[in-house]
Ligand binder design. Structure first.
Ligand code: TRP
Ligand code: ZN
Length: 479
């Protein structure tokens, strides 16, 4: 990447020298979003990010441990984000997504850049225009008390203060509360995170821990992620951690970080990680990343688990099936990321079907039985919940508030089961691993998936499955 940048910069300098005084203005602003159907301003137009280098400094608020109500306040975050990106057209300006926080300084290719802010858009106007194909480096220096973002479905995300620190949880748009970037899953990148906290606290993130050093009462942790990550599954978890290191049978590093209050309760389930990884690789194909593990915080620290890349985050000790769900997301959701948030069922339908398969293989209900119970309405005790599965088709949630509803999860898994019934077990397992291989470290949408299924079983007819189960309204007439 460095060679390329030098080359392009030299070429640009020549090109500029050739025109009148280098002052030609033919670029246009990159645009505020990538027109996601649910989050139109998420991500940004006109460039692609290759790498984030985030240097963060965090001080939890004084009075750590919460106020009388148990609510913890956000502390102070300061950071420098160094982003390496490539222009995909001539740019006079471009946007980054950032919510809250104060921006102190922005540079592009080492030169001060003008910037302004409107809502979640940080618009940067570089001193020199960027040329189509040019690789450039932008740095943003920022600080403040990060905001908690309340999602369309009322869940909280962003930078969440916890009992003993904080955690960054990004799905779907929370990451913009703690670092500037292109916060849409279509723009994946590699990361280096260097996080400094008061001595005594620990920091866990994605990828692998490269360094840890203490000076003058502060400890700096350096984490490196070599495989592309979508920003909503980037995490930093600050707190008191009991860390554990082991390896799977294949030699894959397992790194776990557990809040001391969860240490006893989580020991047994976390010990299953190597066995789950082994099982998952047999079913889903080679693991796409260079390490695995888990982060277990306290129950009250967040409202949901998240498949943060390499090591999923759990508020409280997970059960085995939840651990299976979040680890399955490493293949489906993290390595194969959705093109837009409309394709979320490709994450959740697969991770839910992974749960059914785990149960089937470990003495529980078969996937067929789970499918039938959902169809009959006997899966849930409550009738409203049973009906909710049919509220909308998995491939078309009505709005952002419904992205994590049961049609996306359970009915998404039902679509996969219908495919399994149609093609048979052998072909279905080929399809599971083939799909994860076909889009490894990439992005895919529903049309890519249906085309893939059709191509892998050319003699079968999937018309009804797509029409009734994937895209149709209401409960299909027969199971
Ligand atoms: N993806 C998470 C899971 O299934 C759940 C989740 C957390 C979620 N935050 C979300 C889903 C926001 C949709 C939107 O494990
Ligand atoms: Zn999930």
């Amino acid at each position: 990447m460095r060679t390329l940048r030098l080359f392009v910069t030299a070429a640009t300098a020549l090109a500029l020298a050739a025109c009148s005084g280098g002052g030609a203005v033919d670029g246009t602003p990159g645009g505020s979003g990538v027109r996601d159907p649910y989050f139109p301003k998420a991500g940004n137009g006109g460039y692609d990010i290759g790498h984030y280098d985030l240097a963060l400094d965090y001080d939890p608020a004084s009075g750590l441990g919460g106020d009388a109500e148990g609510d913890t306040e956000a502390g102070h975050l300061s950071g420098t984000a160094t982003i390496t990106a490539r222009a995909t057209r001539d740019l006079s300006a471009f946007d980054l997504d950032l919510k809250g926080l104060d921006v102190e300084k922005v540079t592009v290719e080492g030169r001060d850049a003008r910037f302004n802010r409107a809502g979640q858009e940080l618009t940067v106007r570089p001193a020199d225009e960027l040329k189509d194909g040019e690789t450039f480096r932008v740095t943003v220096r920022y600080s403040g008390e990060p905001e908690t973002i309340t999602d369309a479905d009322d869940s909280e995300e962003g930078w969440l203060p916890t009992a003993d620190g904080a955690v960054g949880l990004g799905e779907p748009t929370g990451s913009m509360a703690w670092f500037p970037g292109s916060h849409h899953p279509s723009d994946k990148a590699t990361y280096d995170l260097t996080v400094t906290v008061p001595e005594g606290l620990g920091v866990v993130s994605n990828g692998e821990l490269r360094d840890e050093r203490t000076r003058d009462g502060r400890t700096t942790f350096t984490w490196h992620t070599a495989e592309p990550v979508a920003s909503h599954v980037v995490t930093v978890a600050v707190g008191e951690w009991k860390t554990g290191r082991s390896t799977t049978d294949d030699g894959l590093p397992v790194y776990t970080a557990v809040d001391p209050t969860q240490a006893g309760a989580s020991r047994k389930v976390l010990k299953q990680i190597p066995e789950i990884m082994d099982w998952a690789q047999k079913n889903f194909g080679p693991y796409p990343f260079s390490s695995t593990g888990a982060i277990v915080d306290r129950d009250e620290d967040a409202e949901y688990a998240l498949e943060t890349q390499n090591r999923p985050y759990f508020p409280g000790t997970p059960d085995t099936v939840l651990l299976v769900h979040e680890l399955a997301h490493q293949w489906y959701g993290n390595s194969v990321s959705p093109k837009t948030w409309r394709d979320m069922w490709l994450n959740e339908g697969f991770a839910t079907y992974a749960e059914w398969l785990w149960e089937e293989d470990h003495g529980g209900d078969t996937a067929k039985e789970t499918f039938e119970a959902l169809y009959d309405g006997t899966y849930y005790d409550d009738e409203d919940e049973s009906d909710s599965v049919w509220a909308f088709p998995p491939a078309d949630p009505p709005d952002a508030a419904h992205l994590s509803d049961s049609p996306v999860y359970q009915r998404g898994a039902m679509v996969l089961h219908k495919i399994r019934e149609t093609v048979g077990d052998d072909a279905f397992w080929e399809l599971l691993s083939g799909w994860s291989a076909a889009h490894r470290h990439g992005n895919a949408d529903t049309a890519d998936f249906t085309a893939y299924v059709e191509k892998s079983a050319p003699h079968e007819d999937f018309t009804e499955i797509w029409a009734d189960w994937l895209r149709g309204d209401g409960r299909p007439e027969s199971p």
